[in-house]
Design a protein around this ligand. Structure first.
Ligand SMILES: [Zn+2]
Length: 412
C-alpha cells in the first residue's frame, strides 16, 4: 500500500471506527499496523457515548443504575449563581475541598500520601509536544512522576504518551476534553473517563486505574462514575497555580511563592506524619521550566519524591498486570524502575544486585541524592522492549502525522 493511499485511508479511518485494539500486540511495526478497533470522540470536543459503540453503551448500561440521580451538578465553570447547601451533601470539592465522600461505598480521594516527608510528584494536562527537555531532565535525575494525561493530548501526541510509560512514569486519566465534570450529564461524564481510558490503552497498552478531575471539580455523582470504572480519584492539597500565570493576577512570583511555601512546610515538619501532593502542570514551557527550576529545592526539602502510586505502595497501577511500579521501599532503595517479563508472572528487577537491600525500612537514611545509582538506561531499554513502543523522536512532525504513525498507518 502506498504511503499516499495509507494516509488517505487513515484520514477517513482515524477516530471513526476501529475494532479489536484493546490489549493488542504492540511488539512490532506489523502488529501495531494491525491494530484497529476503537471508536473515539473528536479531540477537544466534549465526549459522548458514540452511537455505534455497543461496548461503551453496554458498559454504561451496566453501571448507570449505581449512579446517583439526586445530585444535579453545576453549570459549566460558572459557579456564581449556584445555590448549594452549606452542609455540602455531595462532597463537592470545588465548594468545600471535600475529599471524604458522603455517598456510601466510595473510597476517599487521595489528597495527600501516607508516607511521611514524601512528595507525591505529579503533573497535569500532558502529554505535551515540547516536553522532551522536561522528561530528559527527570530522566537525568532518575526521577519518576505521575502524569495525568488529557485524552485529546494523547491522541495529538501519542509518542509523547508512550515515552512516559517507557521512562517509568505513572500515567493517570485526566478526562477526554478537560471539562468541569460536575457540569456534565452522568452519561457524558462517563464518556469523558471511558474514552480517555480507551485512548491511553490504544496508544500505550495500559489502562489506568487513577484519575484526577480537571479543576478538581468532583462530587459524589462523578466519584461514583469513576469508581464504577475502577478509577481512584486523586486530588491535591497544595496548588502551585502554575497554570494560572497571566490570569487572575497570578504572576510568576506568585507561583514561586507557592513552591517556596511547600518547601517551607517540608522543612518545618508539616509533613512529618504524612506526605504532600501539589498541583503542578506539564501544560507549557513555563510550567515545565518552573518544575525544573524548583526540583533541586524540593529534593533538598523532602526526604523522598516519588510517583503517587509509589507513595501509596500501589505496585499494580494499571489493569494490565505486566506494567508494575516499584513499591515505596523498592523505589527509595534505588529501584525506581521495575521490569516484568511479559510472558511470565515473575518479576525481575532492572538493578537486582543493588536492590537486595529491599528490607530497608522507610526510616532508613537513603536520600534522593543517594538514589541516583539506579540504572535508567537499563530500565528504559527494558521498558522499551517490554512495551513495544517505538521511540521515534517525538519531534518528527505535526501531531497529525505522529498520530497516524502511532496508529500504525505510516511506517517511517
Ligand atoms: Zn488539568
Amino acid at each position: 500500500m502506498s504511503l499516499f493511499y495509507r494516509s488517505f485511508f487513515a484520514i477517513f479511518s482515524l477516530g471513526v471506527l476501529l475494532q479489536g485494539a484493546r490489549g493488542a500486540d504492540r511488539s512490532s511495526e506489523e502488529a501495531e499496523a494491525a491494530i484497529t478497533g476503537y471508536s473515539l470522540p473528536s479531540i477537544w470536543q466534549p465526549a459522548t457515548i458514540l452511537p455505534d459503540d455497543a461496548e461503551a453503551q453496554a458498559k454504561w448500561q451496566s453501571i448507570s443504575g449505581s449512579i446517583p440521580t439526586n445530585i444535579s451538578g453545576t453549570p459549566t465553570g460558572d459557579f456564581s449563581d449556584v445555590s448549594y447547601p452549606t452542609d455540602d451533601p455531595d462532597c463537592w470539592w470545588t465548594n468545600s475541598k471535600c475529599v471524604i465522600p458522603k455517598l456510601q461505598g466510595l473510597p476517599p480521594d487521595v489528597a495527600s500520601v501516607p508516607e511521611p516527608l514524601t512528595l507525591g510528584y505529579g503533573f497535569d494536562d500532558g502529554p505535551n509536544c515540547s516536553h522532551n527537555a522536561f522528561y530528559d531532565y527527570l530522566t537525568s535525575q532518575d526521577q519518576k512522576a505521575t502524569m495525568f494525561y488529557i485524552g485529546s493530548n494523547v491522541m495529538n501526541w501519542p509518542l509523547e504518551a508512550q515515552r512516559a510509560i517507557t521512562d517509568g512514569h505513572e500515567v493517570c486519566v485526566h478526562t477526554w476534553s478537560h471539562r468541569y465534570m460536575t457540569a456534565l450529564a452522568s452519561e457524558d461524564a462517563f464518556a469523558e473517563l471511558y474514552y480517555k481510558m480507551q485512548a491511553i490503552n490504544l496508544v500505550t497498552g495500559v489502562t489506568p486505574k487513577c484519575w484526577r478531575p480537571p479543576f478538581g471539580d468532583v462530587d459524589d455523582r462523578i466519584r461514583a462514575i469513576a469508581n464504577a470504572l475502577d478509577l481512584q480519584t486523586v486530588i491535591w492539597k497544595y496548588d502551585s497555580n502554575d497554570w494560572k500565570v497571566g490570569t487572575d493576577g497570578v504572576t510568576a512570583e506568585t507561583v514561586d511563592g507557592n513552591y517556596q511555601s511547600l518547601v517551607d512546610n517540608a522543612e518545618n515538619g508539616t509533613f512529618s506524619t504524612e506526605g504532600a501532593i501539589m498541583l503542578t502542570h506539564e501544560l507549557n514551557n513555563y510550567t515545565m521550566a518552573t518544575a525544573i527550576q524548583w526540583y533541586p529545592q524540593l529534593k533538598a526539602a523532602f526526604k523522598y519524591i516519588v510517583p503517587i502510586a509509589v507513595a501509596l505502595n500501589n505496585t499494580q497501577p494499571y489493569v494490565e498486570t505486566d506494567y508494575p511500579m516499584p513499591s515505596f521501599e523498592q523505589y527509595i532503595s534505588g529501584e525506581t524502575t521495575i521490569t516484568n517479563s511479559s510472558d511470565s508472572d515473575s518479576t525481575s528487577t532492572s538493578i537486582s544486585d543493588s536492590a537486595d537491600t529491599g528490607t530497608e525500612t522507610q526510616s532508613g537514611s537513603a536520600s534522593t541524592s543517594e538514589l541516583k545509582a539506579s540504572s535508567t538506561s537499563t530500565g528504559q531499554a527494558s521498558a522499551t522492549k517490554q512495551n513495544g513502543a517505538s521511540l521515534v523522536s517525538p519531534d518528527i512532525g505535526s501531531s497529525f502525522w505522529v498520530a497516524l504513525a502511532a496508529l500504525g498507518y505510516l511506517t517511517f
